[in-house]
Structures are given as C-alpha cells and as structure tokens.
Design a protein around this ligand. Structure first.
Ligand code: FCB
Length: 441
C-alpha cells in the first residue's frame, strides 16, 4: 500500500502574512513609531527603522513568494500613510498600494488586505485612539477611501487584526501603545474596535457588493496548569473566555459578553463573511490570587514542554485543531490568517509547519470549511515590543544590509504549496523524526 499523502482541497490558498508597520519602513507618523522611540519599550532597543524596506521594494519579496509557490498574500495598509492628517488623504500613498497590489496579482498572488494591523495614525492616537467617540466614523471614512482606491485590485478584506491582542497588550498589560493598564478603558477600546469592524463591513459591501470581508482573531490555548484543581480551571476558564471568546461572541451574537457578566448590545451580527484564525501556541494557567489584573491566573509551561524561542509559548500543534473546531459553530469559511514560529536557526520550524498543517489537513477531513493558510511570515520583520529578537521569517532578513537568505523551511513550504499536499518524501527530507507520528504503520 502506498504511504499516505495528505492532500488539500484544490482551491486551497497558500500564502504568507505581513503587516505594514513590520515591513514597510519609516512609518514615522503612527503611534507605534512614537512608542518605539521611548527607552525600554522595545526589548532589544531597536526600532522598526527601514524594516524590510517594503515601501520601496515590496514587489521583490512578493516575487520571491511567487517563486516559492505561494498563491495568496495577506498584507496590511497603513492608515497613517493614507490619511497623514485628519481628513487629508494622500493619493500618492494610495497609488503606491495600487502598484503593490497590481504587482501581486500579476505574479499570480491574490491579495488579502488588512485595514488595521495594530497601528493608529498619530493624530488619532493623540485624540485618544479607539476610545475617542469619533474613532468609528473616522475609521469608516478611511475604509471608504481605501476601498474606492484599491477595490480594482482587491475584493478580499480583513477589517481589523486581533482586537483582543490590542486590548490585552495595549490597554491592560500596557506593553503596546497606548500603554494603559486598566480594564474599563480597555473594554471601551475593544467595543469601539468591534463597532469599527462592523462599520467597515457595511461600508465595504456598500461599495463593493461581492467583497469577502472578515477579521483576524488571535486564539491562544489556555489550559489549567492542574486539571484537578478547580481554582486553576476557574482562572484558565476566565482568561480563555476573555481572550478567546469575547470578540467572537460579539460578532456572532451581537452582544458584548464579559467573563463576569454582560455588556451592551452592539450592532454586530452578520458582519463576517469569513473568520480568520491567528494561532501560535498554548500557555497553562494556574490560579494566583495576587494577580487580579491578570484575572487571577499565572501563565506557565510544563517542565518537559518544548518551548518556542524567546519565551513565546509552547510548541503545541494540537492547539491548531482545537481552535479550528472551536470556530466551526460560526458556520463561516475559515482562513488561517497567521501561524508561525520565532526560530532564527530554523531547527523547529520544519516540524512546526508539518505538524500544524497536518492538524489543518485532519480538520478538513472532518468537513470543516478551511479555505487557506497564511504563514507568519514571509520575511523576518520588526516584531513589535520584541524588536528584532524574534525571527518569524521563512526568509531571513538582515535589517542593516537588507540581505535575504531563505531558510530551509522556505523550501519545505514551497514543496507543500506546489504539491498542495504533505507527502512522505517531505517528511523524510525535512523532519524524519515525525515519521512515526504522521505516518504510522
Ligand atoms: C501576531 C501579530 C503579528 C505578528 C505575530 C508574531 O499577534 O498579528 O503582527 O507580530 O503575532
């Protein structure tokens, strides 16, 4: 009997994901740029700077992606370039994005454009960002300009990237801008982002009826450190409901359900054509009464767990399947809008790719509507508060010389994209230690 080959559906999209601020360079007019200038905000003290120089050279990396067999690319557009001052729209910036999207399509790469990926224009941040009462209409107007200008080359939109991460890291943990530490303001910002999502959904469909509009939701597996401990289970459940569920319930049911009660109803129902999953890792949660600000949970990992670089979490492929199954009740097409690993020397990434994609494949076998996978990321890039310490690229980038060097994983991913499958030969070549797990018998 020939050995199993894991085939993906014929129209499955294979690509990578990037975000404007992390790759474009010199995005000096947004809140993240200002944040980076303050000592201790970025782990290695380095700034986004020229990043990967995409404002000038995006096409070169997109051509590399095409050569590597990719058929889709998720990128974001930068609000602060498009609307550098309130109400002033920069047609040259929009033209540059038109050029990039046109080039992607010419290369056979279907763009998925994110309208907000973590950064706010400085002028809006200075007004109070997402908490400002006009943030939603301002976002709506910006979206209208983008769709009018770029709609010729794109009909696949992601409104907002990871509102739960913005709220958790920017408004509760205070390690992303705006650097707040308070639950009340955080909830206000979160609601505003979801309203902005809904406004964008309606605006895009009004301007471009066949558009496909979704948002990218970060999910992290949060399991109790000790399953037998009711307190650990309670704390893990609380963190899980807040981080993984609140924003999904908001778009699914239309109300804002907090872990400990209900919030106001929002006009959010029916504002998704698809849902995006950003999955990376798992943490274990132990009850800790000294951490009310972290919902009484302390994050940890089992001693024997395989960890990712830089304390990023645990190598936990089963989490991919668990998250996909959890999204299924929404009844929507699912895209994996991000999944990847910080791994400078590429010793774990081949295994990470194969095991996580195996989970995707397995879930598809149970008829879950999973339509595509965007690996984070094509190139090493500016990793927010971690600076350049974490290297997520299939292609290594030296930010000083701008030299590119594909890692081994780039070729593994190329082989998967081209074959639209995981084959035994790939397992043997890139991660033979997985043979027993993936090809039993
Ligand atoms: C996600 C972000 C993305 C990148 C990866 C590693 O949470 O959306 O920009 O930083 O993590």
């Amino acid at each position: 009997m020939p050995e199993a080959t894991f085939h993906f559906p014929s129209d499955f999209v294979w690509g990578c994901a990037t975000a404007a601020h992390q790759v474009e360079g010199h995005n000096s007019n947004n809140d993240w740029w200002a944040w980076e200038q303050v000592e201790d905000h970025v782990e290695d003290g380095r700034r986004s700077g020229l990043a990967c120089d995409w404002w000038a050279r995006a096409e070169e990396d997109l051509a590399r992606a095409a050569e590597l067999g990719q058929t889709g690319h998720r990128l974001s557009v930068e609000w602060s370039r498009i609307e550098p001052a309130e109400g002033r729209f920069d047609t040259a910036a929009l033209d540059r994005y038109r050029e990039i999207l046109r080039a992607a399509r010419t290369l056979g790469i279907e763009p998925l454009v994110t309208l907000h990926h973590f950064t706010l224009p400085l002028w809006l941040a200075e007004m109070g960002g997402w908490e400002h009462p006009r943030a939603v209409p301002l976002f709506d107007r910006y979206v209208a300009h983008v769709v009018e200008a770029l709609g010729e080359f794109c009909d696949f939109w992601c409104t907002i990237n990871e509102p739960n991460v913005v709220v958790s890291l920017g408004h509760i943990a205070g390690i992303f801008p705006p650097g707040q530490r308070g639950f009340g303001a955080a909830m206000k910002a979160g609601r505003s982002m979801m309203r902005a999502h809904a406004a964008a959904y309606r605006r895009i469909h009004a301007l471009q009826p066949p558009a496909r509009v979704g948002f990218a939701h970060n999910m992290r597996i949060l399991d109790p450190a000790n399953r037998r401990s009711p307190l650990d289970r309670w704390a893990a459940g609380l963190q899980d409901r807040f981080f993984n569920q609140t924003f999904l319930t908001a778009v699914d049911r239309g109300w804002w359900q907090l872990p400990l009660g209900f919030g106001p109803a929002l006009r959010l129902r029916k504002t998704l054509d698809w849902v995006g999953l950003n999955y990376y890792t798992r943490d274990l949660v132990a009850f800790d009464r000294h951490r009310p600000e972290e919902m009484f949970g302390r994050r940890s990992h089992k001693e024997e767990a395989e960890l990712l670089d830089g304390g990023y979490g645990e190598f936990y492929p089963q989490g991919m399947g668990r998250c996909l199954r959890r999204l299924a009740p929404l009844g929507l097409p699912i895209y994996i809008t991000e999944n990847g690993i910080p791994d400078d020397d590429d010793d774990q990434r081949p295994r990470y790719l194969l095991t996580h994609l195996y989970q995707v494949w397995e879930t598809i076998q149970h008829n879950y509507p999973i339509m595509g996978y965007y690996h984070w990321s094509l190139v090493d890039n500016f990793e927010w508060a971690k600076g350049w310490t974490l290297r997520f690229g299939l292609i290594e980038v030296d930010p000083d010389s701008q030299a590119r060097t594909p890692r081994r994983s780039a070729y593994l991913y190329r082989d998967i994209c081209r074959a639209n499958a995981i084959t035994p030969a790939m397992i043997d070549e890139y991660a033979p230690e997985l043979r027993a797990e993936l090809l039993p018998g």
